[in-house]
Design a protein around this ligand. Structure first.
Ligand SMILES: Cc1cc2nc3c(=O)[nH]c(=O)nc-3n(C[C@H](O)[C@H](O)[C@H](O)COP(=O)(O)OP(=O)(O)OC[C@H]3O[C@@H](n4cnc5c(N)ncnc54)[C@H](O)[C@@H]3O)c2cc1C
Length: 408
């Protein structure tokens, strides 16, 4: 049996290696269009590769995927983050988890993951061919057996034949990137970017760059989209887990808004305004002799508290006891209903994923096999599956590749 894996990223490598493990007699060839394999793994996680997550329970794992979470559930029962950890650790790459459950190689180097994958490829005798950009696939069924002919962009390269294919070509920002898969009968969900930060032009806010607020609640005005968690202030706007999560869950809706919308932020993540007012009132009463600018309610960094006071038009030198009802109301309004205009997006440490791709209804999800082309399987970001940051995108690549590699 001749198997070709198209795409030399995380999903392609994992699929090729596990195909050879599941089918030792198969001849496995990995075809990569560029001159470099595992390019994204190398730069992932700021060069440390956030290889998976320490999230417990499959149901929690699924919640991290704005698209594909439900469909991943049965697949995670067969290969989840615990299997990923075992897979790498049993091949000499110990992993560690951080407080936010992200998992990295103990070496803190993505190269450890790359060395492991390359080592397995060599050990198993898998051929890797670089500079092989597949432009077209033709599919024939002869005597009940599939036969695939691969054509390449390079004109001097003759077509080659395989019995089975695993497509692991990753995401593409343009729908044209999926054209050759569409020709084979697969429907494509329009690709749009996911995982981005919000551009907000507000000099006073931008000056606070580097500062983070531990637990904020953010909502997109006019939409049901909301998220909560840490928010990081940057020189161009807002970033951090709560913003990235919102960008992922809102990837399509925010694209439709051309990345121009208003957000309302609850900096204390307390939705009951009366409760917020009551606790602030008690705080002010307990500190009535102190200048409000010298206090630090809600454990805010002092620079951030100064900013909020300014935004509420409260003189920081005023004593807490002299704020009055009007001042208290204005402060509560800013703390729990602070509105900003977002105009555009930026990437976060160059990390992004594609929302969209080959629609999952094209596949038999017990095997990742195409319903249109027998013997053609899919894995990784080429699919309409994407996760929030935290190792979930690699986990989807490992899981789908592992299942596809069974060639069932
Ligand atoms: C900067 C950055 C940092 C990231 N960090 C993390 C992280 O720490 N943790 C995490 O979980 N996720 C992270 N991600 C997301 C993660 O990298 C991707 O989800 C993952 O790499 C997808 O793997 P893949 O193999 O499906 O696709 P890719 O890694 O994109 O690989 C696809 C490969 O296929 C090749 N290819 C494409 N078309 C063809 C063709 N026609 N013929 C032959 N070859 C082709 C491409 O050249 C490429 O090498 C990061 C993404 C970026 C951009």
């Amino acid at each position: 049996m001749k198997v070709a894996v198209i795409g030399g990223g995380a999903a392609g490598f994992f699929a090729a290696i596990n195909t050879k493990i599941h089918h030792p007699n198969a001849s496995v060839t990995l075809l990569e269009k560029s001159k470099k394999v595992l390019a994204k793994v190398k730069i992932s996680g700021g060069g440390r590769c956030n290889v998976t997550t320490a999230t417990e329970h499959i149901s929690n794992l699924c919640k991290a995927y704005p698209r594909g979470g439900k469909q991943l559930k049965p697949l995670f029962k067969r290969f989840n983050n615990k299997h990923t950890i075992d897979w790498f650790e049993s091949r000499g790459v110990p992993l560690k988890s951080e407080a936010d459950l992200r998992m990295f190689p103990i070496s803190n180097r993505s190269q450890s993951i790359i060395d492991c994958l390359l080592g397995e490829i060599n050990k198993l005798g898998i051929k890797v061919e670089l500079g092989r950009s597949v432009s077209k696939v033709t599919h024939k069924v002869k005597h009940g057996h599939s036969n695939y002919q691969l054509h390449f962009n390079q004109t001097n390269t003759p077509p080659v034949y395989f019995d089975k294919l695993i497509i692991a070509t990753g995401g593409s920002p343009k729908v044209q990137g999926f054209e050759w898969l569409k020709t084979l009968g697969h429907s494509i969900s329009l690709p749009v970017p996911s995982l981005f930060t919000f551009n907000i032009k507000n000099p006073a806010l931008n000056q606070l760059m580097g500062l983070s607020v531990k637990q904020a609640h953010i909502q997109i005005q006019g939409q049901k989209l909301k998220s909560e968690g840490p928010v990081l202030i940057t020189h161009w706007g807002l970033s951090g887990p709560a913003i990235l999560k919102l960008s992922a869950f809102g990837a399509r809706a925010l694209n439709e808004l051309d990345y121009k919308f208003n957000i309302q932020i609850n900096w204390i993540n307390e939705h009951n305004q009366e409760k917020s007012a009551a606790s602030l009132k008690v705080f002010l009463e307990n500190n009535y002799q102190k200048q409000i600018g010298k206090t630090r309610p809600f454990a805010f960094p002092s620079r951030f508290w100064d900013y909020l006071l300014k935004r509420s038009q409260i003189d920081p030198q005023k004593k807490c006891g002299d704020i009055g009802k009007k001042g208290l109301n204005k402060l509560i309004q800013v703390l729990s209903y602070d509105i900003y205009t977002v105009n555009g997006k930026s990437t976060f440490k160059e990390e992004f994923v594609t929302c969209g791709g080959v629609e999952l209804q094209n596949l038999d999800l017990t095997s990742m096999q195409s319903k249109h082309c027998q013997g053609m399987y899919f894995a990784g970001e080429v699919l309409d599956i994407d996760g929030i940051t935290g190792g979930f995108n690699f986990q989807a690549a490992w899981t789908t590749a592992f299942i596809a590699s069974q060639l069932k």
